[in-house]
Design a protein around this ligand. Structure first.
Ligand SMILES: Nc1ncnc2c1ncn2[C@@H]1O[C@H](COP(=O)(O)OP(=O)(O)OP(=O)(O)O)[C@@H](O)[C@H]1O
Ligand code: NI
Length: 308
C-alpha cells in the first residue's frame, strides 16, 4: 500500500435484510464488490444516477448505515482498518461528511453554535467568520436557527461545518443541489482547496460535468457496481474511456451532442446476471452474462469483458 493513501476500500459489499411474506428474510445487495482509493491531496468523484448506491458508500465509511444493513469487505484509513470504535473517535474531526440530506442539522440549535460544536473560543469564532465570508453567509446567520435558512444557505452552512475541522478525509454527499451554478462551482472549488491542502476528498454527485471541472478521478457507479475508475483527463475524448456506460454518459453531455441513453438502470431485485448495463449496451453478447472482473486498463479500472 502506498504511503500517501488516506482511504482504501477493498471489495465492499452492502446489503439489506428484508422480510418477505411474513418471516422469510431475503438479502438485497445494494453495493457489490466496490474498491476505491483516495490519496492525500486527491479529489475523487463518485458519479452515478439516483439509487446506484452512492450515499450508502458514504454511510458505510462513516459507520452510519441503518440497522438492517450489513457490510462486508475492508475499509482502511491511513493504512489501518477503520472499524466502529475508530470511526466513532474520528467522525466529525479528522473524517467529516457533508450529508446529502439537510435534515442532519439540529433544528433546535443556532447555526453558529452548531458549527462550532459548542466551543466558543475566539480563535474558532474568527475561523467561522472567515468561512462564512468565503461562502457569502452574513455573520447574523450564525445567530439563526436552521428553519430560518433557505435551501441554498442550509447547504452552505453544512459545508461550513465540514470546513471548520481541517479534516484529513472529507466525504461530501451531493453537496451542491439547491445552489445556483456559480455557488455550486465555488463549493466544488473549496473542496478542491481542501484537497490541495493535503486532505483526501470524496465527492458524491450525479453531475458529471461539475465533477470533471474539479476532480482528479471519477468513479462511475451503476446499480451498485463500479463500472469504471477513470482519470478526469480520460473524459476529454470518448476513446480514452473504458466502459460503454461511461462512453454513453460522455455522449450525453451537452458539448458532446446530448445523446439520450435508452432504458433505465435495473432495480436490485431485478438485477441481470453479469454486467448490470448489459440490457442497455449495444456491445452486449452472451459473454456479458457471466462473471465480469474489475480490471486495470491504461491506468484506470473497468468492469467489462471487452477492450474498449
Ligand atoms: N434503509 C434501506 N432499506 C432498504 N433499501 C435501501 C435503504 N436505503 C437505501 N436503500 C436502497 O439502496 C439503493 C442505493 O441507495 P442510495 O441512497 O445509496 O442511492 P444514491 O446513489 O445515493 O441515490 P441518490 O442519487 O438518489 O441520492 C437504492 O436502491 C435504495 O432503494
Ligand atoms: Ni444519495
Amino acid at each position: 500500500m502506498e504511503k500517501n493513501t488516506i482511504l482504501e476500500i477493498r471489495n465492499m459489499n452492502i446489503s439489506f435484510s428484508q422480510y418477505q411474506k411474513g418471516t422469510k428474510q431475503t438479502k438485497l445487495p445494494v453495493i457489490r464488490d466496490l474498491s476505491l482509493t483516495v490519496h492525500q491531496g486527491e479529489m475523487v468523484a463518485v458519479v452515478g444516477s439516483s439509487g446506484s448506491g452512492k450515499s450508502l458508500l458514504a454511510h458505510g465509511v462513516m459507520g452510519i448505515l441503518p440497522y438492517n444493513a450489513e457490510m462486508g469487505g475492508q475499509i482502511l484509513y491511513c493504512g489501518e482498518p477503520l472499524r466502529e470504535k475508530r470511526i466513532c473517535a474520528l467522525r466529525g474531526k479528522e473524517i467529516v461528511m457533508v450529508p446529502q440530506s439537510t435534515s442532519y442539522l439540529d433544528p433546535l440549535m443556532k447555526v453558529g453554535t452548531q458549527i462550532c460544536k459548542g466551543k466558543k473560543d475566539p480563535e474558532r469564532k474568527k475561523k467561522l467568520d472567515g468561512i462564512f465570508r468565503r461562502y457569502g453567509l452574513a455573520e447574523e446567520v450564525q445567530e439563526q436557527y436552521p428553519f430560518e435558512l433557505s435551501g441554498g444557505m442550509t447547504r452552505r452552512v453544512m459545508i461550513s461545518t465540514a470546513m471548520i475541522e481541517e479534516p484529513k478525509l472529507v466525504i461530501a454527499d451531493e453537496p451542491t443541489p439547491g445552489l445556483h451554478l456559480k455557488a455550486a462551482k465555488r463549493a466544488m472549488e473549496h473542496f478542491r482547496e481542501l484537497a490541495d491542502m493535503g486532505a483526501g476528498v470524496l465527492i458524491i454527485t450525479h453531475d458529471l460535468e461539475l465533477a470533471l471541472e474539479t476532480a482528479d478521478r471519477v468513479l462511475v457507479f451503476y446499480a451498485g457496481y463500479t463500472l469504471e475508475d477513470a482519470k478526469t483527463e480520460d473524459f476529454r475524448q470518448e476513446k480514452t474511456l473504458r466502459h460503454p456506460y461511461t462512453k454513453a454518459l460522455w455522449r450525453a453531455m451537452p458539448q458532446n451532442g446530448f445523446h439520450y441513453i435508452d432504458g433505465v438502470q435495473p432495480y436490485v431485485k431485478d438485477m441481470p446476471e453479469g454486467c448490470p448495463f448489459a440490457p442497455r449496451c449495444e456491445k452486449c453478447t452472451e459473454k456479458c452474462r457471466g462473471e465480469i472482473p474489475y480490471r486495470e486498463v491504461n491506468g484506470g479500472y473497468v468492469r467489462c469483458v471487452y477492450d474498449s
